[in-house]
Design a protein around this ligand. Structure first.
Ligand SMILES: Cc1cc2nc3c(=O)[nH]c(=O)nc-3n(C[C@H](O)[C@H](O)[C@H](O)COP(=O)(O)OP(=O)(O)OC[C@H]3O[C@@H](n4cnc5c(N)ncnc54)[C@H](O)[C@@H]3O)c2cc1C
Length: 505
């Protein structure tokens, strides 16, 4: 073993990521009797999208699952993995009960016609979702390593049996019989996004390097209404159900042409808002007390700045693409499992509000259980690994490159795309990468994150170029129609450092 590695840890199940999916996977694997360790580059429960979510879970509680399933499949433009989706729908309600038992104060609304029901926490307090789980963790004594960034998975023959992490520039080796990736999505590659700093996609690139497939990368959901001026804060959809409106710079309620107005699907709204010069939030029909009850952070902004000139823009929010998994959260590479937003399949080309947290809860629990059972049958092996190649350290903060990448992705590979813009994006990225190769980074962790962001951006652009149609969240202005022939997934794999692309039905 190379002497550059600081410390060696061992566990049967190694969970990477401390969001909802990772926490539940680790808890469940521990309940199954496996020794578990959780590593995360942020803090457990306090990093990634789970830590800032609106806490809405959409679950099915009716009799006839077909109606609800059909609706989700339609929204996903028929690219959802039906067996995964069925698991999420059938087990969503019991996953919510499990969260309630763990102390998460989720309250159900009325049951909808299709048998679905929203659960949420009062005032969307995400702390009430993640803190009880964090406590459950500490209570069970599961070892937690915070501030450790996954930099590579370790493979012995056909099996993953550990991972390399970096903290403060030092490399740590962790051996495991099974690894569960729960590292969240990659919306941070866009300059305008509502994610935390953690969703930069290294988990996906690490999985790709082991032989796992990445699919559906071109499908990025843009949350349609984010307040961007005079402050930066999310606007909850429930305000629109109560009468909030959006108008353009001419004062027109430009979404009136749609039957559901401001409550249309997110892909339609994001596009329409993006196409306007400027868009403003009109709250004139809502009282202060309603706004305070539903959207307390927005209410604070109104108290400070008033209700005029509330400028709205879409932001990159959620990534439907990710690591391909089967209905056991297995990636196809021995010992490697994935769950939560880093995995693909449940939502197809577009996600319904509330379905991501339900997915994280159901598949997080499943991945924990399956990985623990898998680990029981694996003989311990010595972990061997070569030191990864890293640049010389210097004092370059790299921030300019990350910002430029975000702007390129937003401008040329964002809500609206066409062949010309996507090719331009690729050219710009090549130039940025040339600069990147020359830089001596102040932080090796940051250099590794940026490297992954470049790699993911390139794959996303390649997939977007290839998909010559518009479907769900992928909108090609030069191919504005959905094409039945494209009811397929674009999958990437990597063999001996070469990227291969295939179409999967
Ligand atoms: C503002 C906002 C509001 C939302 N509201 C809702 C909602 O109400 N309902 C809904 O269904 N969905 C919602 N979503 C989406 C949903 O919150 C996410 O899809 C979900 O929380 C993802 O959970 P996760 O556990 O997969 O990943 P995350 O919660 O993103 O956690 C990822 C974890 O992985 C760690 N990590 C990442 N990379 C590495 C690495 N290289 N090494 C080590 N650790 C790493 C991070 O530190 C973090 O702990 C919202 C998203 C946003 C941004």
């Amino acid at each position: 073993m190379a002497s550059t590695f600081e410390t060696v840890f061992e566990s049967e199940v190694l969970v990477v990521g401390g969001g909802l999916a990772g926490m539940l996977a680790a808890l469940e694997a521990s309940m199954e009797g496996a020794s578990v360790a959780l590593f995360t580059k942020g803090r457990v429960g306090l990093s990634g999208s789970s830590a800032i979510s609106q806490t809405v879970f959409l679950v099915f509680e009716g009799e006839r699952v077909e109606d609800f399933l059909k609706g989700v499949y339609e929204a996903g433009r028929k690219l959802n993995d039906l067996s995964l989706l069925k698991i999420v729908i059938e087990r969503g309600a019991s996953a919510v009960r499990r969260l309630q038992e763990l102390g998460v104060p989720l309250h159900g609304g009325r049951v909808n016609e299709d048998g679905s029901r929203f659960y949420s926490i009062r005032r969307g307090r995400s702390a009430d979702l993640v803190l009880p789980l964090r406590e459950a963790f500490l209570f069970r004594g599961i070892p937690v390593y915070e501030g450790f960034q996954l930099i590579d998975l370790i493979k012995d023959g056909d099996y993953v049996n550990g991972a390399l992490f970096m903290k403060d520039g030092k490399i740590f080796l962790v051996g495991a019989k099974a690894v569960v990736l729960a590292t969240g999505g990659y919306a941070r590659i866009y300059s305008y996004n509502d994610n935390t700093v953690h969703t930069t996609g290294e988990g996906l690139i690490s999985a790709l390097k082991t032989g796992a497939k990445l699919v559906d990368l071109e499908f990025v959901q843009f949350y349609p209404y984010w307040l961007v001026s005079p402050a930066w804060v999310g606007i909850y959809a429930s305000l629109f159900a109560l009468g909030a409106r959006l108008k353009n710079s001419k004062g027109e309620y430009f979404l009136s042409k749609y039957p559901k107005g401001e409550l249309e699907t997110r892909d339609v709204l994001a596009r329409e808002i993006f196409l306007q010069d400027e868009v403003f939030l009109d709250l004139s029909s809502l009282s202060d007390s309603i706004i305070e009850e539903i959207n307390p952070i927005l209410y604070k902004v109104l108290r400070k700045y008033g209700r005029d000139n509330l400028k709205v823009s879409p932001v990159a929010h959620f990534t439907m693409g990710g690591i391909k998994i089967d209905d056991s959260c297995f990636t196809g590479v021995g010992g490697l499992f994935a769950c939560g937003e880093c995995a693909a399949g449940v939502h197809g080309a577009n996600r319904l509000g509330g379905m991501a947290l339900t997915e994280c809860a159901t598949l997080g629990l499943l991945a924990g259980r399956v990985s623990a059972q898998y680990a029981k049958g694996v003989e311990p092996k010595k972990v061997r690994v070569e030191a990864p190649s890293l640049p010389k350290e210097g004092d370059d903060p790299l921030i300019d490159l990350e910002k430029s990448l975000g702007k390129v992705m937003w401008k040329y590979a964002g809500i609206l795309r066409d062949e010309e813009s996507l090719k331009l994006a690729m050219e710009e990225i090549y130039k940025l990468k040339e600069c990147f190769e020359m830089r001596k980074p102040k932080s090796l962790e940051h250099w590794l994150r940026l490297k992954s962001m470049f790699e993911l951006s390139e794959l996303l652009i390649q997939a977007s170029l290839l998909r010559r149609e518009s479907r769900g969240a992928h909108w090609r202005s030069d191919f504005p129609r959905e094409d039945e022939a494209w009811q397929k997934h674009i999958a990437f794999s990597r063999i001996h450092d070469k990227i291969f692309l295939e179409l999967l039905s």
